[in-house]
Design a protein around this ligand. Structure first.
Ligand SMILES: Nc1ncnc2c1ncn2[C@@H]1O[C@H](COP(=O)(O)OP(=O)(O)OP(=O)(O)O)[C@@H](O)[C@H]1O
Length: 615
């Protein structure tokens, strides 16, 4: 399989520097999250960068001081041990102090990093969720975008900080290196070259393998998503019932294991290659270090260096090499973080539909709703609605009837502008829906879809979501529950409207299918200003008596509203002013119950079929 076209170029180093474009944004993100902590990080980094070289230099002074003290002590006629030792002990104390400061700076770094990680994780997650709120339904149904979202959520909340930490780590090591270089150059400029030559190969291999790791991660994201999905199905209360009854655990677990085995094989291959190359090239670094070691020893024996200088150079070499390879690894790690961050920004920069309309009122108030030659195809799919025209005036009702998959719900999605027609137009009060302000439009529509959401919130809040302005308004809940016939069972619940629903949280109560439907219906009644009421299969789970009463109330409530009702039960739709029969996306019949029966077409056929079933 080939990686997707959006993957970075294959050659390990082409485009290497271009990916650093996200570093600046990551830094800006951290800066916005907490300026003080970023400054604190910078200061601690500076201290932790400079002090090791100072410690090495003081180390040299100590060794040379000890040698000088030994000589002067032995040469003196009346040696005073304390007097001879005082300067050296002073240096030892200074070294101890420096080391304590380095430890303090490092603690400061790790404390600020862990606090920043929490703040930044929250900030990035909020950014991801805010963006999710601006995406259209069709974008959500696009699997590529969904992949981007999953990838962004999985990794990107930790990556910005990782990038910033590495940037600071790099800075710290660079400062150390410059100060080490300053000491080392006095020995020989070649020593610096040896240091660099030893570390370069490891860096190049790291850069290549981190690019490979990223491409792997990106390419496999549909499989990872399938794994996450299987985890959900196997471990969530809403699916476990069916999983148990059909005995699906073994089947799904096997699929879960198979995906892991495949992914793990790839991981193992990459890890082994990465580490073997790292080891081989790392050996080169060790070799150069010991070459330099030998050189310093030779120079010391030859008398060109003091014992103190030898100790210092060896320390500087060792630490310098460590700092150099750490900086180079940080650079390749930054490359990796940048690649991951590109995910986040790709997702955040996903274009959203521009809000075209500003209308909060139509040009012909009172005209109602009109579909004019509307056709529609889902993105990438074939046409599911063909040339639909209809008119619904205030105070009137329409019922949509048709087989499964004929396009009834799709029509509602167009009306609520979750999708836009591919041909024709939809008018509300004489103005094209596209010209309406989305919020003004949505406030006019109260809709319950068949797959309404069962929120794991209190029963009152489950009603309140119907009108965000009255989300916590208990009086409005009660009124809506009364209208939707949910009040009688809510009153019997242990904590009334405060009763927690669902099983996710402590003391959560589960409702029956019909009770949930009454909650959903009441939720639609929360929308007091809505003058278009849409009920998509609102009573499928209710008993016959409840259904009859629901519709009696519904008619009463919707006297001056426009109502659209979708139902497979003919007893429900027969009282609508106009019944529209849809077949494979086309309107094939329309009229009242009586005229359609008289016409003896599809409606009459289906009605009689259902009536027979009841006899
Ligand atoms: N999100 C989607 N993406 C692509 N195709 C879809 C989508 N939703 C529905 N369809 C297709 O559109 C057609 C109409 O579906 P729709 O849900 O409107 O039917 P319906 O009449 O409401 O059916 P039912 O009575 O079963 O609820 C179906 O063929 C379905 O496969």
């Amino acid at each position: 399989m080939t990686p997707p076209s959006s993957a970075p170029p294959h050659s390990p180093f082409s485009g290497f520097f271009s990916v650093f474009r996200y570093s600046r944004r990551a830094l800006a993100l951290v800066w916005e999250t907490s300026r003080w902590m970023m400054l604190g990080l910078a200061i601690c980094t500076l201290i932790a960068g400079v002090l090791p070289a100072v410690a090495a230099w003081v180390g040299q002074l100590i060794v040379d001081g000890v040698v000088a003290a030994m000589e002067s002590y032995q040469a003196a006629s009346s040696p005073n041990l304390w007097e001879t030792l005082t300067p050296v002990l002073g240096l030892v104390a200074l070294e101890g102090l420096i080391i304590a400061f380095i430890a303090l700076a490092q603690r400061g770094l790790s404390a600020q990093q862990s606090l920043l990680r929490a703040l930044l994780g929250q900030k990035v997650n909020v950014m991801i969720l805010e963006k999710a709120g601006t995406l259209s339904l069709s974008q959500f149904e696009d699997s590529e975008l969904y992949d981007k979202l999953t990838r962004a959520r999985r990794e990107a909340s930790t990556r910005p900080l990782a990038l910033v930490n590495k940037t600071f780590g790099l800075l710290q090591n660079a400062i150390s290196l410059v100060s080490f270089g300053f000491l080392l150059v006095q020995f020989s400029p070649w020593a610096i070259l040896i240091l660099i030559a030893g570390a370069l190969p490891v860096f190049l291999s790291e850069a290549k393998f981190s690019g490979d790791a990223f491409r792997l991660f990106r390419w496999r994201s549909p499989q990872t998503r399938m794994q996450m999905y299987l985890e959900t199905v196997l471990a969530r209360e809403d699916s476990i019932k069916e999983v148990k009854l059909f005995g699906l655990e073994g089947l799904f677990l096997q699929r879960y294991r198979d995906i892991f085995t495949r992914l793990f094989a790839e991981d193992r291959r990459l890890t082994l290659r990465r580490e073997s190359w790292g080891f081989i090239l790392g050996l080169l670094g060790t070799l150069t270090f010991y070459a330099a070691y030998g050189w310093v020893v030779v120079e010391t024996v030859a008398g060109a260096l003091t014992l103190g200088q030898m100790t210092m150079y060896l320390m500087v070499f060792k630490q310098g090499q460590g700092a150099l390879s750490a900086s180079l690894t940080a650079v390749s790690g930054m490359y990796e973080d940048n690649l991951y961050l590109s995910n986040l920004y790709e997702y955040l920069e996903q274009p959203t539909e521009t809000e075209e309309g500003q209308l909060t009122q139509g040009t012909t108030p009172g005209d109602g709703l009109r579909f004019e030659h509307v056709s529609f195809s889902y993105p990438g799919g074939s046409e599911v609605l063909h040339d639909i025209s209809l008119h619904l005036a205030p105070g009137r009702s329409i019922a949509l009837v048709g087989e499964n998959g004929s396009g009834k719900t799709t029509l509602i999605k167009l009306l609520t502008r979750l999708y836009r027609p591919t041909k024709g137009r939809i008018l509300l009060d004489g103005s094209d829906l596209n010209h309406w302000n989305t919020q003004a439009l949505r406030e006019r529509v109260g809709v319950i879809f068949q797959d309404f959401v069962r929120y794991q919130l209190s029963v009152g809040e489950n009603l309140g979501v119907g009108d965000t302005h009255a989300f916590g308004d208990e009086q409005r809940w009660q009124q809506a529950a009364h209208d939707g016939m949910a009040d009688s069972f809510i009153d019997r619940m242990p904590q009334g409207y405060q009763t927690q629903l669902g099983r996710w949280f402590k003391n959560g109560q589960e409702l029956s299918g019909g009770q949930w439907q009454k909650v959903a219906l009441s939720r639609a009644y929360m929308r007091k200003n809505a003058d278009i009421l849409v009920l998509d299969e609102p009573t499928a789970a209710m008993d016959a008596a409840a259904e009859a009463e629901v519709f009696a109330r519904f008619r009463e409530h919707s006297r001056d509203k426009m109502t659209i009702l979708i139902s497979h039960r003919f007893s429900t739709v027969r009282s609508a002013d106009q019944i529209i029969v849809i077949d494979q996306g086309t309107i094939i019949e329309r009229g009242t119950h009586e005229t359609l029966l008289a016409a003896n077409g599809q409606y009459a056929l289906l009605f009689n079929l259902q009536a027979e079933g009841y006899q």
